[in-house]
Design a protein around this ligand. Structure first.
Ligand SMILES: Nc1ncnc2c1ncn2[C@@H]1O[C@H](COP(=O)(O)OP(=O)(O)O)[C@@H](O)[C@H]1O
Ligand SMILES: Cc1ncsc1CCOP(=O)(O)O
Ligand SMILES: [Mg+2]
Length: 276
């Protein structure tokens, strides 16, 4: 163990987050898009967390104070949902809970962009998007993506991510072939995962939910929690692909692999490197 910690400190960090998640099973409130609800709930359950898709504004004052973290994802945003998202972010802040923003398809419209910029004013702990989403947010402009899909490599969005992290105070996370995490100064890249994961709808939403769960374990170390969540999710995909025949069976085997991940595999196969 001591030797592993020296050779792969991120492996032991990631294992520590995952094993604590399994022991503590934090309650994660998810206000998320209609496409992603099932995959997010199953991802969180397989990882050891307790998901609750509770999004009515009428329930937020009673429910949100009892959560350990809140996920807000704007993938199927309508004007009716936005006040609930803002209320949940506000209650999370009031009660000192971390909250995580997924700006899904933020470049699709001015309405969505304005909503995300207003949510960012409410100080998310982490913002996780694909390359195009992070570029849209950082430049406050629409049209950079292709709906929910990215037209950019994650590395194309690195400077945009640093600038967004500095202006917002959030940890900014970009998914892609390498998943980058930055606080505006430090940058690490998580190298686990495989391209087939892009063919599972809501896989990005699911990794954001896992980030929300890891951040719940240690809100004061959101940078480390985010990088670890990226690698653990990617590793589950890599192992799942060994049994999968395509995207549909990968979805199933990724969830099974996340549930079954053991210490040795995490210690040896998590790959996170520094870029700063
Ligand atoms: N080319 C790739 N190689 C390895 N993993 C990838 C690749 N593209 C995406 N992923 C993984 O797929 C998941 C979803 O990422 P992405 O497709 O970028 O998000 P979104 O669905 O929000 O566009 C992440 O866990 C990411 O690491
Ligand atoms: C297809 C789609 N359309 C609106 S939200 C959504 C899901 C997007 O999920 P992800 O960003 O994880 O690919
Ligand atoms: Mg997305």
């Amino acid at each position: 163990m001591a030797e592993q910690e020296e050779t792969n400190p991120w492996g032991s960090k990631s294992w520590s987050y995952l094993s604590s998640l399994r022991q503590q099973s934090p309650l994660i409130q998810c206000i998320t898009n209609l496409v992603s609800m099932d995959l997010i709930a199953n991802t969180l359950l397989a990882a050891g967390a307790s998901p609750a898709m509770i999004h009515s504004i009428l329930e937020i004052p009673d429910f949100t104070p009892h959560t350990q973290s809140v996920l807000i994802n704007v993938g199927t945003l309508t004007p009716e949902w936005l006040p609930a998202m803002k209320a949940a972010a506000g209650v999370a802040n009031q009660f000192g809970k971390p909250w995580v923003l997924d700006p899904a398809a933020v470049g699709a419209s001015g309405f969505r962009l304005k909503a995300c910029l207003e949510l960012i004013e409410l100080k998310p702990t982490v913002i996780r998007g694909n390359g195009s989403e992070i570029i849209s947010l950082s430049m406050a402009s629409i049209g950079s993506g292709k709906g929910a899909d990215s037209l950019h490599e994650s590395s194309d969005a690195l400077e945009a991510a640093k600038s967004l992290a500095k202006s917002s105070g959030a940890i900014v996370a970009i998914s892609g072939s390498v998943d980058f995490v930055t606080d505006g100064q430090r940058v690490v890249g998580a190298h686990n995962g495989l391209p087939m994961m892009q063919k599972i709808t809501a896989s990005g939403c699911a990794v954001t939910a896992l980030i929300a769960a890891f951040v719940a374990i240690n809100p004061t170390h959101a940078f480390e929690a985010t990088a670890s969540a990226f690698s653990v999710f990617g590793l589950a995909g890599e192992i799942g692909m060994g049994l999968a025949k395509g995207p549909a069976s990968l979805r199933m085997h990724l969830i099974d692999s996340l549930y079954a991940l053991d210490q040795e595999t995490v210690l040896h196969r998590v790959k996170i490197t520094s870029f700063s």
